[in-house]
Design a protein around this ligand. Structure first.
Ligand SMILES: Nc1nc2c(ncn2[C@@H]2O[C@H](COP(=O)(O)OP(=O)(O)OP(=O)(O)O)[C@@H](O)[C@H]2O)c(=O)[nH]1
Length: 203
């Protein structure tokens, strides 16, 4: 039975209006309210969780949707502390949101080096509808992703494109790392046990 304990903390970071709240809303509730409900900036942060099954492992992903407004930037460290993964969001139609990504990469490298980074280029429906609206070229975004060794996804909360895929990749990476760490721990215990027996005069 799945417990309510959060296994993997995931944080969303990025400029205001980049589409973080809509991304979480699509993933957790499979809906897009963008066309019916007016934009409301996140204050502080919002939290949601989902249980997923990966290769027989049931894991709870706890998702922190942070406020993009620079007014709340100082608080963001509270939310990404201990995060296993960070989704850095930028809006494909807003170059300034992409320029901000380097700031978050720097923050995470400095304060949360074990946090895995995923780049998320949001609102791809807008550029598919009208290519002239694209403000961030694919090659430039991919170069940044390569630079920080991150996976990159072009998503749309309106259509749902690539959103499940993004979170699934995060969950898979988490499980893979956890399995490897558990195996390493078991191996260390086994070696310690052999060492203990070798030094024990009673053996
Ligand atoms: N067409 C389209 N619009 C989107 C998409 N995602 C978000 N939007 C719109 O972009 C605006 C900002 O979206 P939010 O998700 O609230 O942005 P945010 O990053 O959470 O903003 P803050 O809370 O200020 O940090 C809203 O008007 C959304 O309707 C998308 O995939 N496609």
């Amino acid at each position: 039975m799945a417990s309510n304990k959060v296994d993997a903390k995931v944080v969303l970071l990025g400029k205001s209006y980049a589409g973080k709240t809509c991304l979480v809303e699509r993933y957790l509730k499979d809906r897009f309210l963008g066309e019916t409900v007016p934009y409301q900036n996140t204050i502080g942060a919002a939290y949601g969780a989902k249980t997923v099954n990966i290769d027989g492992h049931s894991i709870v992903i706890g998702i922190w949707d942070t406020a993009g407004s620079e007014r709340y930037e100082a608080m963001s460290r509270i939310y990404y502390r201990g995060a296993k993964a960070a989704i850095l969001c930028f809006d494909l139609t807003d170059k300034s949101s992409f320029d901000r990504i380097r700031f978050w990469i720097g923050e995470l490298h400095q304060h949360e080096e074990n946090c895995k980074i995923y780049l998320c280029a949001t609102k791809c429906d807008l550029v598919e509808e009208n290519p002239e609206r694209r403000a961030v070229q694919d090659s430039v975004a991919k170069a940044l992703a390569k630079d920080c060794m991150a996976n990159i996804y072009e998503t749309s909360s309106k259509t749902g494109k690539n959103i499940d895929e993004l979170f699934e990749k995060i969950a898979e990476d988490y499980v893979k790392e956890k399995v490897a760490a558990d195996e390493l721990e078991q191996e260390a215990i086994r070696i310690a046990e052999i060492g203990r027996k070798a030094h024990c005069p009673c053996s």
